[in-house]
Design a protein around this ligand. Sequence first.
Ligand SMILES: Cc1cc2ncn([C@H]3O[C@H](COP(=O)(O)O)[C@@H](O)[C@H]3O)c2cc1C
Ligand SMILES: O=C(O)c1cccnc1
Length: 336
Amino acid sequence: MPPPFTDLAGFKTALATSTGADQAALAGAAARNGQLTKPSGALGDLETLAIWYASWRGTDRPRITHPQVLIFAGNHGVAARGVSAFPPEVTVQMVANFQHGGAAINQLSTLYGAQMSVHALDLDRPTQDFTTAPAMSDADLLIALQTGWDAVNPAADLLVTGEMGIGNTTPAAAIACALWGGTAADWVGRGTGVDDAGLARKADVVAQGLALHTSRAPLEVLRCLGGREIAAMAGAIARARVLHIPVILDGFICCAAASVLAKLHPGALDHTIAGHVSAESAHPALLRHLGKTPLLNLNLRLGEGSGAALAIGILQGAVACHSGMATFAEAGVAGG
Ligand SMILES: Cc1cc2ncn([C@H]3O[C@H](COP(=O)(O)O)[C@@H](O)[C@H]3O)c2cc1C
Ligand SMILES: O=C(O)c1cccnc1
């Protein structure tokens, strides 16, 4: 089925008209949770996670059997401004590595039984350097959103969106700054490991981008300051909401993409949780703006969906306990 939108206004409408969590399933799952063979609250945050998951799946006893990991790759005009510790050709090289099973995200996807695919977006045609022009045209943005939208498997029951794109912590910082306020220096971090001079260049580049592109409308921020893989993540996260597929958000770049949806429509991220807080310096602030508490804090600074993929195991654990455990009555355990 092609995306139900053929322009950017249509994307916004598709997101805004998506339905929220199933309140009956939520109530049913909460009631079931209260009957399981454990002291009340003993599974801690796993209980809230399982109830949240059940509410989005529309059943009080869900299962996670088909997790999906989507990796989107894009190249960036701003990479030429010395904002990454690595050269842009690493993007296409890493795409080949994903295809051959050699990246971190391949190992984690296999470990958690997730179907993983990589989607390279026009790598030969980097976005424009946003210090001199909008990163993307309307048409570029639309195609990237549609690519993300189309990549979601309707049969999936959990989604992780990851990215690969040398330089992309810079557009992510620019998006965060434009949408949430503060200064460029607040939002830039070391990414792949830039030195102090690189960090100062990043702040300068972000400040120039914000001065040139003054609209703060979310899709305009994404178009002028973002990148194709960032837009594709936004498209995939939006589609997942329409399909009631819960999403685990990854690091700084993924959360910058998600921020666009949060600003487009209230509650747009209710079907998402934060898998981890990364070592990128502004990720904690971004998560606070999104109102998300990360499940893991492992000092990862990789991207690729890796932190979110690790959190698949936690959510699988929560849902397995919730749906598989016996109730006090079933097990004949006293005290329920
Ligand atoms: C070999 C390699 C594998 C990666 N996998 C993810 N990233 C991560 O690093 C990049 C963002 O950092 P910056 O903005 O500093 O370029 C993105 O591609 C991100 O996914 C990688 C980076 C490298 C070098
Ligand atoms: O937080 C992230 O996703 C991240 C941080 C550094 C480099 N790449 C990704």
